[in-house]
Ligand binder design. Sequence first.
Ligand code: SF4
Length: 362
Amino acid sequence: MNEIRHNWHTQEIMNIYNLPLMDLMHKAATIHRENHDPNVVQVSTLVSIKTGGCPEDCGYCPQAARYHTGIKGNDLMTVSQVKDKALQAKASGSSRVCMGAAWRNVKDGPEFDQVLEMVRVINKQDMEVCCTLGMITENQAQRLAEAGLYAYNHNLDSSREYYQEVISTRGFDDRLKTIENVRKTNVTVCSGGIIGMGESIADRAGMLVALTTLNPQPESVPINALVAVTGTPMQEQQPVEIWDMVRMVATTRIVMPHTQVRLSAGRKQMSQEGQAMCFYAGANSIFSGDKLLTTDNPAVNDDAKMFKALGLTSQKPFLKNVHPPTVEAKDSQYQDLGEKPKWSRPGHSIDKNKAAQLKARI
Ligand code: SF4
């Protein structure tokens, strides 16, 4: 097992990122093999339990209400609808269900209680349960943990510096605060970012610096390639080249040897050969299912064929961490505190986000 460093510098990480590609892949693959079974890939299914209508202005996101991207929104799904999705996911080989809600932050009340019940129900199906619900308080993190949550996703998205070009409705420190709240529980942390938003290589390295500084480092780091959706401020961005994706995955593997590196959004635009290079360079998780929230993802059958061709197998649930027990709602030690957390509203504004919002009104 490799030593975990929390003191990486941007330039050091850029030097790794810019290595000749064969050297970079070899180095990453060597570290990957020392820490993980290179033929095992963890498969998650992402279920959008509440789609669209989000008040935030994340420049890459078709679910932000202000951009009018034409996606069909829905209210919070019922517990039984989500249970059905989880069972389908399990039958198709997923070990984890990740539930995503397009919320700025979690509010105590009936909708959060419904999400807690979803966590309980899926945990009892012997599947890992993850949630991505926006910002959460320490009490909300404790309540999710008590329900049996295995992981909480909250991405940093980019470097602290470039973040200000992407989002103006919440600050980078709010993101860190949510991760800190999750870390006070036994729930594992999933946090990564997106490349292809116009950021520099220094920003990509800067994001990895921020993630490696976390102690412990996230158990899971999703690396997303931007899927530029018409109507969003980033609609004109060019697709991420496969070489950039391989470099980012390999660099992430080198600086976070124990972490599960997730090949996330943008897989539909990648060839299977390109994905194979990413697996070789240290990616060991994917999202399965035809949709990744609102954008297209490879068909389950195509992934099954790729796994067969590459000799990959799906990771069993709870291989890396224990199966958390579920406490029933009636036995809960944590109550709705009715907290009104003061999440920040950063002072900056983003011209392209404002322009996209204005365009949507015309
Ligand atoms: S990324 Fe999440 S918080 Fe940002 S606009 Fe989309 S749904 Fe809302």
